[in-house]
Design a protein around this ligand. Structure first.
Ligand code: CO
Length: 493
């Protein structure tokens, strides 16, 4: 019998199951493989995300507050191996020993004891749950409000807080969205710190870091911008770092008084413009920071930026409104129809006239954009994103979409109706000559089987379907970001 819910391409109850903790740490060869792993695909997919969404049945208020868990998928000689480990942050270790929440989460998770024990406790936990990158011989788990944690890539053992050869001081933030300039061979990242005031009000500090291939910090410069800034991601070109300062306000009092998490005190201000902050990468260039304005919207992620014909183009996923964290509501009880979709936009910045133009590129709800790493910061043609199966409105991410920015051609691969996808990661094919010559790797969750898998797609042609599905023996909760390295950290598969 046809019921109303079956008209949707997803099943909400099945989708919700993907937000259960995975407390088990596994280490095994993946034996259930549909299709064939390409023989020339060799390396390691690292992926981070909240692994622990409850302590003894007490749920986090928001998945962004879940403790970071790394998944490592090693691929070599047509075989694959899986390992997952929790990052042994100081807070994770302490809370596991105590069996209850001891720290406040940014997105509203409160420690036991009600508001009395939460008031004036701004000691947030560094949950290391957003991204993981292998750079300069170091594996780093990243969370934007604090320092990285360094892990052993062979075992995923936590080695401790990483200060980048004393560049960072205790508590210094290092964002979870480093970018890799392929021509300058640099990692570029930033740290954002609010808290200073002048006569205009709150100020936010932005520090830019550039690391060479050995992981050495070779550039560091700090800037101050007016106002509160909620900046998760940025974009680079050979000459600039570009930040979108979303029009949000922050009322700290419910947070300071222990009534709400910091993330719940962020209010979208649709009457105000989005500020686009353009910071020169070379602090000796003599060029000043520029601030441009565009119409309102909220951006978490950028796909790419590049300089061409005296302008900067930037492709970003924008929401008409900020999805505010609603107090006293379980995040699993999501009503997708009330949420605005994230959509891909092209912004063009003219630094001479300070004018910004914007145009909608893709109306379908999408997130987690990725491109060939060889094009980061440079003109590019193809973008890949996790996307909803439905054409209109917001919905769970069930598909992967490829857009050709030259011809506007689209390709779509879908895991609907029972599958849900995470961020795709582009892996270039060794010796490849075309921009889309490579694979897309993504973690998926099948709500019917209650198991996760890693799918390998041919980036040149998503319509061919899956090249290989690597079934895990269990589920992995929906995650955030991941990265690929050609290095392999186990001796034999
Ligand atoms: Co992100």
């Amino acid at each position: 019998m046809q019921t109303k819910t079956t008209e949707l391409p997803y099943n909400l109850a099945q989708w919700k199951q993907g937000y259960r903790s995975q407390k088990q740490e596994y280490n095994y060869q993946i034996t259930e493989i549909e299709g064939q792993i390409p023989a020339d695909l060799t390396g390691t997919l690292f992926r981070n995300g909240p692994g622990l969404l409850d302590i003894n049945g007490e749920s986090v208020r928001h998945p962004f507050d879940g403790d970071g868990m790394i998944c490592r998928i090693t691929i070599k000689d047509g075989k694959a191996h899986f390992l997952n480990r929790f990052i042994q942050t100081q807070a994770y270790v302490a809370e596991q020993a105590a069996g209850e929440f001891l720290y406040r989460g940014v997105f509203g998770t409160q420690k036991a004891g009600g508001w009395m024990s939460n008031a004036f406790d701004i000691n947030l936990k560094n949950i290391a749950n957003t991204q993981v990158v292998y750079w300069g011989g170091k594996l780093l788990a990243l969370w934007e409000a604090a320092e990285p944690h360094r892990l052993d890539p062979k075992t995923l053992d936590t080695l401790g807080i990483e200060y980048l050869n004393n560049t960072l001081k205790p508590g210094d933030p290092f964002a979870a969205h480093p970018l890799f300039d392929p021509k300058q061979e640099r990692m570029v990242n930033f740290g954002l710190k609010a808290g200073k005031f002048d006569r205009t009000g709150l100020l936010t500090g932005i520090t830019i870091y550039e690391l060479d291939l050995d992981g050495k910090v070779v550039e560091e410069h700090s800037h101050t911008i007016p106002g509160f800034a909620f900046i998760h991601d940025f974009a680079i070109t050979p000459n600039y770092c570009i930040f979108f300062q979303n029009p949000v306000g922050f009322n700290p009092f419910p947070f300071l008084f222990g009534l709400k998490g910091a993330g719940e005190c962020v209010k979208f201000q649709p009457e105000k413009p989005t500020k686009i902050i353009v910071i020169p990468r070379d602090p000796r260039s003599g060029e000043k920071i520029q601030t441009l304005e565009t119409s309102s919207g909220f951006v978490f992620h950028h796909a790419n930026a590049f300089e061409q014909d005296g302008k900067i183009s930037i492709d970003s996923i924008a929401y008409a409104t900020f999805p505010e964290v609603e107090p006293d509501k379980d995040f699993r009880d999501m009503n997708f129809s009330t949420l605005t979709p994230g959509q891909l936009w092209r912004f063009e910045l003219d630094l001479k006239t300070q004018q910004v133009t914007s145009a909608l590129v893709e109306p379908r709800c999408c997130e987690f954009p990725t491109i060939n790493p060889a094009n980061v910061g440079y003109p590019y043609r193809y973008v890949y994103m996790a996307a909803a199966q439905t054409l209109d409105g917001n919905a769970p991410l069930q598909s992967i979409i490829k857009l050709d920015r030259e011809t506007d051609a689209k390709q779509l691969w879908t895991a609907a109706p029972t599958g849900y996808v995470n961020e795709p990661v582009f892996v270039p094919r060794p010796g490849g000559t075309q921009e889309d010559d490579g694979w897309l790797l993504a973690m998926t969750y099948d709500g019917l089987k209650d198991r996760s898998a890693v799918v390998i797609l041919d980036a040149a042609d998503l319509t061919k379907g899956v090249v290989a599905t690597l079934w895990l023996t269990h589920h992995i909760p929906y995650g955030l970001h991941g990265s690929w390295t050609d290095d392999v950290f186990i001796d034999s598969l």
